[in-house]
Design a protein around this ligand. Structure first.
Ligand code: SAH
Length: 223
C-alpha cells in the first residue's frame, strides 16, 4: 500500500510512523508513506496556504490552489483508490471502515487546519471524508496518524502472528476478553483459575464467555 499525506506539518508524522508496527510495515516493504508539504505548492512569494473566509468571521481557510496542484501531480503519477479528507463531519472511523481501507493499493490523505479547507477541494477532489470522533482537533495530522495505524496493522504480513488482528476487539463485533500474564498471584490478586488449568477447550470457552459478557456490558450495540 502507498499512502500520500498532504499536510502543512509533515514533521508531525515523524514519530508515529517511525516506531512499532508502522515502522516494521515500512521496513518489510508492505507500506510506503510519503508526506507532502502543501506549502511547497503555494504559488505566492510568502508561500501562504490560507486566506480569509469570504463569509467573514474569525479563522482562516486553506486555499484550493496549492492542494489542487499537489493532488493533480500525484494523480498524474498513479491511480488512487480514494482521496480522503480528515474532517470532524466525515464518516466515523470504526473497525469495519479500517478493514475496508486496508485492502487498498494507493490512497491520499488530506489534513486540514484552521477553519478547514475551501469547500471546492471537497467537491472536486475528495472521494471520502473520515472523522476519528465527534470532537474537533486543531488539525488533521493526529487523525491521519490514527487512521493510518488502524489500517496498516490489518494488512496481511504486518503483524507477526497473522491471526492476532482477528482476535482484537470489534473484529466479529465482539470486545476482547481480559488478558493476564505472570505473576499468577499479584499481592493476592489472582489470575482466574481456569487460565492456569492447561485445558485448552475450557480456556477457549471461558474467553468466549468473557468476550460476550464484556460486549453486553460495554458495547451492547455491537451484538
Ligand atoms: N471548522 C471545522 C473544524 C476545523 S478543525 C468544523 O467546525 O467542522 C481543523 C482541521 O482538523 C480539519 O480541517 C480536519 O482536517 C481536522 N480535524 C478536526 N477534527 C477532526 C476529527 N474529529 N477527525 C478528523 N479530522 C479532524
Amino acid at each position: 500500500m502507498r499512502i500520500d499525506i498532504l499536510t502543512i506539518f509533515p514533521e508531525m508524522f515523524e514519530s508515529p510512523f517511525n516506531h512499532s508496527i508502522i515502522r516494521r510495515a515500512k521496513q518489510k516493504g508492505i507500506v510506503e508513506i510519503f508526506t507532502h508539504n502543501i506549502r511547497d505548492y503555494s504559488q505566492n512569494k510568502q508561500k501562504s496556504v490560507d486566506d480569509y473566509a469570504f463569509s467573514g468571521g474569525a479563522g482562516m481557510v486553506m486555499m484550493i490552489e496549492p492542494i489542487a496542484l499537489c493532488i493533480d501531480k500525484l494523480k498524474s503519477e498513479r491511480t488512487y483508490n480514494e482521496i480522503i479528507y480528515m474532517s470532524p463531519d466525515g464518516h466515523l472511523l470504526d473497525q469495519k471502515t479500517a478493514n475496508h481501507f486496508s485492502t487498498f493499493e494507493n490512497i491520499i490523505i488530506l489534513c486540514g487546519h484552521y477553519k478547514g479547507v475551501d469547500e471546492r477541494v471537497r467537491e472536486i477532489y475528495i472521494t471520502k471524508e473520515i472523522s476519528i470522533g465527534d470532537y474537533v482537533l486543531s488539525g488533521g495530522e493526529l487523525g491521519a496518524a490514527v487512521f493510518c495505524d488502524a489500517i496498516i496493522r490489518l494488512i496481511p504480513g504486518v503483524l507477526n502472528d497473522e491471526t492476532s488482528a482477528l482476535s482484537d476487539s470489534f473484529q466479529d463485533n465482539l470486545i476482547s476478553p481480559p488478558v493476564y500474564t505472570r505473576p499468577a498471584d499479584y499481592k493476592g490478586h489472582k489470575v482466574p483459575e481456569i487460565l492456569l488449568s492447561g485445558n485448552e477447550k475450557l480456556i477457549k470457552q471461558w474467553l468466549m464467555e468473557k468476550s460476550l459478557e464484556r460486549t453486553k456490558e460495554r458495547r451492547p450495540g455491537l451484538l
